[in-house]
Design a protein around this ligand. Structure first.
Ligand SMILES: Nc1ncnc2c1ncn2[C@@H]1O[C@H](COP(=O)(O)OP(=O)(O)OP(=O)(O)O)[C@@H](O)[C@H]1O
Length: 490
């Protein structure tokens, strides 16, 4: 046995390929023989790099004994085949217009070669319009053929995949999505996200970085991260699913304003954020909620949701009858009502809106920001960028809940909605022209993972672990990372 290329001193007899904490072998690619008597073989594996990044590395082996070499190759192949969690056939959707419009290029150059190396076959669909992927999944896709669905795009594209897959699963199982009380059936296929969007919030929360190669490797090694999904209803009518953030007031107004300024590009979020901050509108209503009293942990914990966090399935929302636990009600004037089903961390807010929120515990963190001065609201917003306790302010309260409802003070019915939309447009036009206008309109909009909902009065339920991702949650960074402990050391 001989040491090998790339400066790694590795001998066949001491390689620990299958230590899941260090390495994940992908495939074996026998190279062309350097000399006929000593053909080298290459094993590709995953190596951890800095900041949650994963990289694919190779180790090349030389073995003078042809029979022994073949035995090694055979054994490693058998071990890999025995790993049933790894996908073999994937359905891939690429949004060519997400983020910087690099989706196709990212997939072709960075992801497809890795999938090929890992012997994963793919059916690839480049989307032609918004909701193409959602509708294809809902109706046409032959899901039985696949071990998972991968989307190349941003959070909006991921949301399309979730809507398509969850709706399809409910339809196939005869579940009525319009009933807010209905227990939804979990999706069997895992979802992979190759980040190619503008914010990639879901990737940050589930992998720790928005790096296409890292995400592709999580798919290849067959990781599985369950995730909660919120269903949003109005008057027994299903509106949307939410995976990350539902925001009324501030975040709803920012989104509504930024949609009108698409021509500004990504700068519109800063512009609309600043403008919405200046207008300082508050909204009156009642928030009723079902607290999650039976779980360990609160939104103000110092601990974070990390890889390996386990939730007991019997603590999920679906198994707790409503009448057993008391609903709480908070009435008042709010600058913002936010429900964070995950931390919502991103580069701009490294800790996120609710730093201790969990991905899969069947709860959402309901954050109520009452009417306060502009200065105090600014302090609250700045907390999102710091490590200080976000909720340590008298006008902010947070509850970990399984369900909640919001009823605006002047509750609208559907026929009133059109009137209010027209009236609101006129009103907000006046206020738009006067950013310092101190009077508030009666209604804001809900920002549901970046989409505007048409109703202010909504009912939200958390469905515990309804979907699974090809991810494992954010791994704790070892003190000295893997650099002090190189893989495959003798
Ligand atoms: N071919 C297409 N043409 C136009 N829009 C599309 C197409 N395919 C998907 N979409 C829509 O584009 C929207 C935005 O896409 P995506 O989420 O991939 O990128 P993004 O908005 O830049 O990123 P992020 O959501 O992370 O901010 C999605 O809501 C999706 O429905």
């Amino acid at each position: 046995n001989h040491p090998v290329s790339g400066g790694k001193q590795t001998a066949l007899s001491s390689v620990s390929f299958f230590n899941p904490e260090k390495l994940h072998s992908l495939t074996i690619q026998p190279l062309y023989p350097v000399t006929p008597s000593r053909p080298p073989s290459t094993v590709s594996y995953v190596e951890r790099a800095r900041q949650h990044r994963w990289r694919c590395s190779d180790v090349t082996f030389h073995c003078s004994d042809g029979a022994l070499r073949q035995q090694w190759i055979q054994t490693i192949r058998e071990q890999l085949t025995a790993l049933t969690s790894r996908p073999k056939h994937l359905l891939v959707y690429i949004n060519p217009y997400g983020g910087k419009q690099q989706g196709e290029c990212i997939y072709e150059q960075k992801v497809a070669p890795l999938f090929a190396c890992a012997s994963i076959s793919t059916d690839v669909i480049v989307t032609e319009h918004a909701n193409h992927a959602r509708d294809h999944l809902k109706t046409e896709a032959e899901l039985k053929k696949y071990d998972g669905v991968v989307c190349v795009g941003g959070d909006g594209m991921f949301s399309e995949i979730v809507h398509g897959l969850v709706s399809r699963t409910q339809r196939d199982n005869g579940v009525d999505q319009n009933s807010p009380e209905e227990k939804l059936v979990p999706c069997s296929l895992r979802i992979g996200i190759i980040p190619a969007g503008s914010t990639d919030c879901i990737c940050y929360a589930t992998v720790g970085i928005n790096d296409p190669v890292t995400s592709a490797l999580h798919v290849i090694v067959g990781d599985s991260q369950p995730m909660d999904v919120c269903s949003v209803h109005h008057n027994n009518t299903f509106l949307r699913y939410s995976i990350s953030l539902l925001g009324y007031g501030f975040y709803g107004d920012v989104l509504a304003d930024s949609e009108r300024k698409r021509w500004m590009g990504p700068a519109r979020y800063d512009f609309s954020g600043f403008k919405t901050f200046l207008t300082h509108h508050h909204y009156e209503g009642a928030v009723s909620f079902l607290p999650a009293t039976d779980i360990l942990g609160t939104p103000r914990d110092k601990t974070r949701c990390r890889a390996g966090y386990v939730t007991l399935p019997n603590l999920c929302f679906c198994s707790i009858p409503e009448y057993e636990v008391g609903w709480g009600v908070v009435r008042g004037k709010f600058l913002a009502i936010n429900a964070a089903s995950m931390s919502c961390a991103c580069p701009r807010s490294p800790m996120g809106l609710s730093p201790a929120a969990h991905l899969a515990d069947g709860t959402t963190d309901l954050i109520l920001v009452r009417k306060c001065s502009r200065f105090n609201f600014l302090r609250h917003l700045l907390r999102h960028t710091s490590k200080d306790d976000q909720f340590d302010m008298t006008f902010v309260e947070v509850h970990r809940v399984r369900r909640f409802r919001f009823t605006p003070r002047h509750c609208q019915n559907d026929s009133e909605l059109d009137l209010r939309e027209n009236g609101k447009q006129l009103f907000s036009q006046i206020c738009r022209d006067h950013p310092a206008c101190s009077c508030s309109p009666a209604y804001s909009s809900w920002n549901c993972d970046g989409e505007i909902l048409p109703h202010a009065a909504i009912e939200v339920g958390v469905h515990c672990q309804l979907i699974k991702l090809f991810a494992r949650g954010i791994e704790e960074q070892p003190l000295f990372e893997d650099l002090a402990n190189p893989p495959c050391a003798l």
